[in-house]
Design a protein around this ligand. Structure first.
Ligand code: MGD
Ligand code: MGD
Ligand code: MO
Length: 766
């Protein structure tokens, strides 16, 4: 019998400093430097011809959708380039000519590879053939595709209960792959479908469904262009959604005002140069945010309540500040919210926010005088214990102002992964959707499970408790993205089989179950031909528009396969051809998958046809002011309470954020140039008063500790950087700090980990 070993793998890689160089934070985002950076990345990784070809097709009508974020593409994209620095980096990273296969893995064990940093692992390039890490071994070996499908299928057949299997999805997948994957899990008999959304915008989904009847945003791009006020809350578009800055710029040109609500004065919201506008690139750029409210971490409810309170007070003098007609016709809970607001006093709310009354009054004035209001937000709101309530409190502002279901107004949760919204639409969810289930019975002719499955938090706990044994991941880097890295690693290592369908190597391929499969797949820029027919995929943007994506580059290797094909063949192998669904056929013709999506998923219709060109919008009840699905047939105002973190005297609140040189756990480089940080990721941004209080100097080395339920967690070795951040608050990069986030600390109702408000103490070590 093979020896059962727990491989000796590192969760962090060798912890070492890489040589920090500090500069002034930048005041201008994008601009020529952005494009130059983008091209530099492209040329280096892909070679000139390949990168020019790819960049020119990205986000064009017949090209492929950018693999970076989910920001929508305008109807008439600039012919020069409808991409940004980060899109180009994502593309270069995916289409890189570096690659690894059997020979590489025969030389390097997973134990050795795990000593490398996430940055170094990513640099190794694309995986070019399917690999298996057999039980008791530390080296991956090549495996034939069919043998891999057989191996997974046998493990799945051996389970006592289908709920011992878990199917994770990262939001880079296509609608077609996600649909097949979700249907395979259901055909098997489980709703165990955690996805990256659980760690991301789940709080938005929950908050919006219960107040407005749909878990998605309501605005289209044109709404942003014509809005009078855009609040950008808890979001760093300069780094994470650079193309959004063009929309904000258009809004400003049309006379709109931008208010940024963020503990940090992020570059891009302060100054901005448009790379597509030559005269702008030569000038000094322009101020983007008209007002910046440097709110303290997790004090958004206090801020929004204060704004509401002041709006209500103004309205009592001049009754057209709130939209009473809209409220009477469409909104439930008006009297209770007035009573609730009366309980709070202005001064203590203001003290909590840390924002000056002058700036708050300026914002209130803008909101009082205008009604075309859009609120955009991202992780700064969604990753707190009270995340759902934070979002609901901002929805209250829109409801009282009647800023919903009319042009130039509404909700804009800015999605992360390029198809995270589409994956959910086509059935990646851990909960039960009865309408979808009925359609599955009718058209796919099998009975889907009726019990909810595990989300991310529950999936980790189930693996930890050995209730789950097979863990399949469609993309992503679950180990590093999830909270509580050590606990999550123990959970994953309890599995008998872990399967990663991936483009590039990451730590989730090194910290695995007893047996592990690494199944390499196409990136979005690659040409996908089946039986001589060029296939296309579809994605849904942040604004709910479904569009085609067609790769154009030669695939990295002839031994890799597309996501739909891999899933289809796995299902075909598992059911041995004997199932109501002809899985194999679906993997060979994506039009067939789309015809099933059209039949089963609400809102999808003639997708193969209508997704052409600029695509089509899915239905959205908020746009129609239709709230019939909600109590009393009305949109819901909510009463949200103020958080209490019960901080000990030496505890600060830490937010874990992205640098300018990463895409989630994929580290492109070691710079965060907008924040003035070069060649180092192990840094912690601190307020100078806090530094003084804890006797810390610039570049001191510290360990960060969090303590919940008497368990201490530690992330070692960070350099202190004095920064303009509210007192009591700190920031550091994810995923290095995920060690600190307890697996059982998450948002009420959405179970999204508290990645933006972790109670932390700082210990000086050098
Ligand atoms: N280049 C690049 N693009 C990306 C990604 C990437 O990693 N790199 N990731 C993609 C994904 S999956 C996502 S979800 C998005 C993430 O996009 P963002 O949400 O912009 O990403 P974060 O870096 O997490 O930034 C959170 C912002 O919220 C602020 N913040 C933190 N706490 C609070 C708070 O309590 N209140 C308020 N008002 N603000 C707060 C922080 O200062 C920071 O500016 O980006 C997507 N796009
Ligand atoms: N502390 C902390 N933790 C967080 C966050 C935070 O702000 N703070 N943010 C959370 C958020 S918002 C998110 S969305 C999650 C992200 O969680 P994930 O989506 O799981 O992580 P990524 O880093 O985006 O996954 C990157 C990997 O995906 C694979 N990949 C890339 N492209 C493709 C593709 O086209 N197909 C396939 N099959 N694989 C591909 C590559 O192997 C790459 O290494 O992390 C969450 N974790
Ligand atoms: Mo995300």
């Amino acid at each position: 019998m093979e020896k059962e070993i727990k491989r000796n793998v590192s969760l962090t890689g060798d912890i070492k400093f890489t040589g920090l160089r500090l500069k002034e934070p930048m005041h201008t985002a994008a601009g020529f430097l952005g494009v130059k950076e983008a091209l530099r990345h492209g040329f280096k990784e892909m070679g000139i011809v390949r990168s020019m070809k790819a960049l020119l097709e990205m986000n064009q009508e017949d090209g492929f959708r950018c693999p970076s974020c989910a920001w929508p593409v305008p109807e008439h994209p600039s012919k020069i380039a409808e991409y940004c620095e980060n899109g180009a980096k994502a593309l270069a990273d995916e289409a890189t000519s570096e690659h690894i296969g059997a020979e590489f893995f025969s030389k390097h064990s997973v134990e050795e590879l795990s000593q490398r940093s996430d940055f170094e692992l990513n640099k190794l390039g694309r995986v070019i053939e399917p690999m298996v890490l057999r039980s008791g071994k530390v080296h991956y070996e090549p495996i034939a595709w069919q043998e891999a499908y057989d191996l997974i299928s046998e493990e799945l057949h051996q389970l006592k209960d289908p709920n011992e299997a878990i199917f994770y999805t990262s939001g880079r997948s296509s609608n077609e792959a996600a649909f097949l994957y979700g249907m395979f899990a259901r055909a098997l008999g489980t709703n165990n479908m955690p996805d990256c959304s659980n760690m991301c915008h789940e709080s938005s989904g929950v908050a919006l469904s219960s107040t407005l009847g749909i878990g998605k945003g309501s605005v289209k791009l044109d709404d942003l262009y014509g809005a009078e006020i855009v609040l950008v809350v808890g979001q760093n578009p300069g780094t994470n959604h650079p193309r959004m800055l063009s929309a904000l710029e258009k809004c400003k040109k049309n006379g709109g005002k931008i208010v940024s609500i963020n503990p940090l004065a992020e570059t891009g919201l302060v100054h901005f140069k448009n790379p597509q506008n030559v005269s702008d690139m030569l000038g000094s750029g322009q101020a983007m945010a008209d007002i910046h409210l440097p709110v303290r971490i997790n004090e958004d409810i206090a801020l929004a309540k204060l704004i509401l309170k002041k709006l209500v007070a103004l309205d009592s003098k001049n009754s057209n500040v709130l939209d009473h007609e809209f409220i009477v016709d469409n909104v439930d809970g008006y009297d209770s919210i007035l009573a609730d607001l009366a309980r709070y006093d202005v001064e203590s709310l203001q003290r909590r926010t840390g924002v000056s009354m002058r700036k708050i009054d300026q914002t209130v004035q803008l909101l009082a005088e205008n009604s075309k209001i859009v609120i955009c937000w991202a992780m700064g709101l969604t990753q707190h214990k009270n995340a759902v309530e934070c979002i609901q409190e901002y929805v209250n502002i829109l409801l009282l102002k009647g800023a919903l279901g009319k042009p130039f107004a509404g909700t804009c949760p800015v999605r992360g992964h390029s198809n995270v919204q589409g994956d959910r639409s086509v059935g990646i969810m851990h909960y039960v959707n009865k309408t979808l289930n009925a359609k599955i019975k009718e058209h796919l002719k099998f009975n889907p499970p009726t019990e909810p499955g595990y989300d991310t938090v529950k999936a980790i706990e189930a693996m930890h408790e050995k209730k789950a044994k097979v863990f399949v991941c469609l993309g992503g880097n679950f180990l590093m993205a999830a909270s509580d890295t050590k606990y999550t690693a123990e959970a994953i290592q309890n599995c008998s089989l872990t399967v990663q369908i991936s483009t590039k190597l990451n730590r989730s391929h090194l910290v695995t179950g007893k047996t592990a499969l690494l199944l390499p797949t196409f990136g979005r820029s690659e040409k996908d031909e089946k039986k001589g027919e060029l296939q296309f995929l579809t994605m849904e943007s942040s604004t709910g528009k479904v569009r085609q994506s067609r790769g154009l580059l030669k695939p990295t290797s002839e031994h890799i396969k597309s996501e739909p094909e891999i899933i289809a063949m796995l299902a075909h192998t598992y059911f041995k051809g004997g199932h109501a669904v002809d899985w194999k056929a679906l993997g060979e013709d994506y039009n067939l998958i789309r015809s099933y999506i059209d039949k089963t998923v609400k809102g999808f219709d003639k997708t193969s046809e209508r997704s052409k060109g600029f695509g089509y919008y899915l239905p959205n009840n908020v746009r129609e002011r239709d709230f019939r699905m909600l109590p009393n047939g009305k949109a819901q105002l909510t009463l949200n309470s103020l958080p209490d973190h019960n901080l000990k005297p030496d505890e600060l609140l830490l937010m874990t954020i992205r640098s300018h040189d990463q895409f989630n756990t994929t580290i492109y480089g070691l710079n965060d140039r907008y924040r003035g940080v070069h060649n180092e990721r192990r840094v912690v941004f601190m307020n100078t008063e806090d530094m003084e209080q804890f006797n810390l100097k610039k570049l001191d080395v510290v360990n960060l500790h969090s303590e919940y339920d008497d368990i201490q967690r530690t992330a070692e070795q960070f350099l202190v950087i004095p920064y303009e951040i509210p007192k009591g608050n700190m920031a550091a990069y994810f995923p290095e700090t995920n060690l600190l986030v307890p697996h059982n600390q998450f948002a009420d109702k959405s179970q999204t980990p508290i990645s933006k408000s972790i109670k932390v103490t700082v210990e000086k070590v050098g």
